[in-house]
Design a protein around this ligand. Structure first.
Ligand code: ACO
Length: 320
């Protein structure tokens, strides 16, 4: 049976770091408030030259280098982003060109903070169906450009960056690779977290709006049932999970899901204190860190989960 394995990891973070103290000079907030409510200490913010395409390309190059795979062997690029540079061409097709890939296909996925899980699930389906053997799955976000910098309730939460994974077909005994992905969406909760504009609307490209308390409540409930669903479907239990790699929105949401899984926080990959919420980029950035520093090892069972605007939510379970 053909399965897809994550064989390469890469990340890119803009050079400029903005601390909580720096934000507290711009509006009425404090390092203490932000750390206590979210766990965030700092975030990376895109410079003039950083775009969804440029950051995705850098992350992709690093992931290919890690995997030892040449760009010419890439069959497809899928980019999860809510902050593309243009309505079209898609970020993915621009990245294909930047990498020098003259064949294959690419498209963007719009599922907000759950975008990476949606993109990974799509890529897995293309590989299992035999339509592609090597796919770059990327999350690339510049939320600093859609934040309302006069709204302290949201401006402190997000950061910019990109992360990439190389997903490759493996025809072995099925012992490594993605075990399963589960996707969900509920449009009735669409007004809890949204952008009040778009490229297709003449007024303005829009700002992010959020009912923080409601999102928090939905996140803990939906992510807790998501991790159960992922393990039940695979016939596995909490004790089998080596690493939880959650979407990095807020340390309190992460801790609540870890408690539900009876996972000590040492077995959870956490980057939110340094990256803040990078939306679709947060999971591949966290994977990149934990694989490169040797925490995540071959044979480990890795559980990923995310929730975002839509609401959209889901999970992915993989044997490394
Ligand atoms: N600094 C200081 N005070 C602030 C700030 C700030 N940055 N932001 C809000 N406040 C104030 C509010 O004005 C309010 O003051 P008031 O009581 O005088 O009106 C007070 O703090 C409490 O505000 P709440 O919004 O009720 O604070 P809460 O404890 O709910 O924390 C937070 C807010 C951190 C946003 C929380 O609701 C949360 O984490 N929600 C999850 C949302 C999230 O992570 N979204 C990310 C996208 S979705 C995802 O990726 C899962």
């Amino acid at each position: 049976t053909t399965r897809s394995a994550m064989v390469g990891f890469g990340g890119y973070l803009p050079e400029r770091v903005v601390t909580n103290d720096e934000l507290s000079e711009r509006f009425d907030t404090s390092d203490e408030w932000i750390r206590a409510r979210t766990g965030i200490r700092q975030r990376h913010i895109a410079g003039e030259q950083d775009t969804a395409v440029s950051m995705a390309t850098r992350a992709a190059e690093r992931a290919l280098e890690f995997a030892g795979i040449a760009p010419k062997d890439v069959d497809a690029v899928i980019v999860a982003t809510a902050t593309p540079d243009q309505a079209f061409p898609s970020t993915a097709v621009r990245v294909l060109h930047q990498l020098g890939v003259a064949h294959g296909f690419g498209f963007d996925v719009s599922a907000a903070c759950c975008g990476f899980i949606y993109a990974l699930s799509s890529a897995d389906a293309f590989i299992r169906s035999g339509q592609a053997r090597t796919i770059l799955v990327i999350g690339s976000e510049v939320y600093s450009r859609i934040l309302d910098w006069s709204d302290r309730g949201t401006a402190v939460l997000f950061g910019d960056g990109a992360g990439a994974v190389v997903l490759r077909a493996t025809d072995g005994d099925g012992s490594t690779g993605l075990i399963g992905t589960h996707l969900h969406a509920d449009g009735s909760t669409g007004d809890l977290l949204y952008v009040d504009g778009a490229v297709g609307r003449r007024e303005h490209p829009g700002h992010l709006r959020m009912s923080g308390r409601d999102v928090f409540r939905h996140a803990v409930a939906k992510l807790s049932s998501s991790v159960d669903e992922a393990l039940d479907a695979a016939g596995l239990t909490y004790a089998d999970v080596s690493w939880l790699v959650p979407h990095q929105a807020n340390i309190r949401i992460i801790e609540a899901v870890a408690r539900k899984l009876q996972m000590p926080i040492e077995r959870v990959v956490v980057t939110v204190e340094r990256h803040a919420n990078t939306s679709a980029a947060s999971i591949p950035l966290a994977l990149d860190e934990a694989v490169r520093d040797g925490r995540i090892q071959r044979g480990d069972l890795v559980l990923m989960e995310a929730l975002g605007g839509g609401l959209t939510w889901g999970s992915a379970l993989a044997r490394m």
